[in-house]
Design a protein around this ligand. Structure first.
Ligand SMILES: [Zn+2]
Length: 132
């Protein structure tokens, strides 16, 4: 959805996580009620269901439609649109035939295109009331 995010390493203590949030001016999403109570700029995620978690997140944050599909889901780096010409062997043949451009992450090397997974994400966002 275009949000700039990072995961807290599992080997960080709660105090270290809060310290990083303060130092980098980050908002914290957590399922840890005690951690949430120690840091004001946080949202306590109550559900274990990922769809419900996203709904709860969206009750606090607004999606900028211009930023949807602009970040890599693997590493959070900003994606760039590139021509598929020259990508033979790097992406499936069917993608080369169907698309003249794809999105590319120059940090981790992952490619994204508007395939079945993309369509399911768009449908899910529409279920949440987000038209892109
Ligand atoms: Zn990446």
């Amino acid at each position: 959805m275009g949000f700039d995010v990072e995961y807290a390493s599992s080997n960080l203590s709660d105090t270290q996580i809060i310290g990083k949030c303060k130092a980098d001016n980050l908002f914290l999403l957590t399922r840890d009620k005690e951690l949430h109570s120690r840091y004001k700029r946080s949202l306590y995620i109550t559900s274990q269901d990922h769809r419900e978690q996203i709904r709860q997140f969206l009750s606090t944050f607004t999606v900028d439609k211009n930023l949807v599909f602009t970040r890599c889901t693997e590493c959070n780096h900003q994606l760039e649109k590139i021509d598929t010409a020259g990508l033979k062997g790097k992406i499936p043949e069917g993608v080369l035939e169907r698309f003249s451009t794809v999105l590319y992450c120059s940090k981790c090397g992952k490619y994204y295109w508007e395939g079945d997974h993309f369509i399911k994400i768009v449908e899910f966002l529409r279920e949440l009331g987000i038209e892109i």
